[in-house]
Design a protein around this ligand. Sequence first.
Ligand code: AMP
Length: 618
Amino acid sequence: MAKIGINIATGSLQQEEMIVGIDLGTTNSLVAIIHPGSKNAVVLKEHNSSSLVPSVIHFEDRGSVIVGDAAKDFLITAPQQTIFSAKRLMGKSYNDIKDHAAFFSYRIIDDNTDSLVKVQVGDKFYSPIELSSFILKELKQRAEHILKTPVNKAVITVPAYFNDAQRQATRDAGKLAGIDVLRIINEPTAASLAYGIGLDKNESKLIAVYDLGGGTFDISILRIAGGVFEVLSTNGDTYLGGDDLDNAVVQYWIEQSGLTHQDLAANRQLAQALRLKAEEAKKQLSSKELFEGELNGDKLSLSKQKFEELIRAFVDKTITCCKNALKDAGLKTSDIETVVMVGGSTRVPLVKNSVSEFFGRPVNDSVNPDEVVALGAAIQADILAGNNKELLLLDITPLSLGIETAGGLMDVLIPRNAKIPSKAARQYTTQVDGQPGMRISVFQGERDLVKDNRKLAAFNLTGIPGMPAGLPKVEVGFLINADGILTVSAKELRSGVEQSIEVKPQYGLTDEMVESMLMDSITHAKDDMKARALGEARTEGEQLLKTTERFLQKNAAELEKDELINTANAMQALQLALTMEDKDLIHAKIEALNEVSRPYAERLMDNAIAGAMKGKTI
Ligand code: AMP
């Protein structure tokens, strides 16, 4: 029997299942719903308080966790136990963020590896997924308190620039918070929905969504036609936002006061206090000409003119991104009919004016820029609940997706700016006789060499029956679902041996890992992951040694003396690497042996068979 709840605030009856829209922001997060009475999107807030929940988490000495405004107070008094901007760490390794490490006043584990970053608070370690889950848990609790009904399902928004790993991380954070994440949608898509653009089926227009929040900047060009939202291009900078404007002010005040960076490094409390003052100044200068304040008895002031001088380079950078987005979409500024402003930082007059000047029209900022994304997420939630069946959403991939082929080259299967959901498949073949397996490494990025792109995942297709090199036909399939999450499969077509494998991004988490994190066994999960990676590398190395041996038994007479010696050496090196606990070393030796054998394997490949093969060599 379905339970019915009564909403004390609105007096209306509600179904047990309420799907909410969540804007999980870098600086602030909030929840919105479609009001059951008015059917309008509204943000949730307690009486007399703000809808915004600062995305700040404080860990108390006695183990409890505080999120939101109350946690923000501890940014100054307990910076090492108070985490802000956790969204910037989502799906990131230390190597990804080390250039920005100074930005964080809490402790990020510096292990110089490509595994997920961890934040250390006291003697505990937290992943960005767990940190985000604390914020989501708080939002869920608040929503349940206000609505007087359980909240278990949500649509969560992410910046358009979030890659697959970051989307997966957001989904996992929802799962950890006990929320069933029905859909991950891009923030600009949500924002345009909140403006009601496209709800009329006869409407057809091109719009730009300019989103300058606390930590990220996105510009998206959307085409809306026949009730369909299509993202034509996206551009932006995941390290540009209101925080940078605050920092520019902090830098200026440091110079003015004669303080040094060493002074501030030694006094983190002072650094944080300055940061908060700078934000206060910035906000005031959105409606005043002069800010005057004080810190520890010292006077601090900033004129609007000086502020604009300090931030002009940042604003110009966003305009360059707008230019690039238009170029990618093949459009001119005059083609854009509406410019939508999103994010608290678009309240800065210089930002508004510069964007308006660039597009040659007044900007559209009638919806509160802090709430617009959450409101749109609520509208999307309503569509998913089946209340608005006519609306369809199309998004695009912000970066190309492909696999590694011979020579470390990137072979793109789904190009950047492809519409999603999207699907692609391509055939590949083996390079060694009797090769029983194939390593599929999935990358995201625009560069030709995979080493310059981002590795999302890798897996082995095993169990290919013995066939001469070039004969197997391995079809690699890419599928991006409506959330923008990628699944890669591989299947050997010729033998009928079917083996499709679901790939989760390397930086994302498997269901099992999320569970083990719930049980607070992070260290073990990490060890397991290491052991699994080492096991996989060993299997691959052993297989390669076997195939190479078999190949030599058959073909030794056809090889040059040098080739035989080099092969023997490379095999020996791999054999030795297999006895060690270092997966990277094993992969390096596998690659080295492949390098040695590739030229003669190709030479000896049966031309008749090779000629019949259209597939490429992995
Ligand atoms: P969001 O990520 O959209 O919540 O944006 C938060 C950012 O907007 C923070 O950097 C805030 O400092 C900034 N912000 C909020 N209100 C104002 C304002 N009145 N003027 C300038 N910036 C603001």
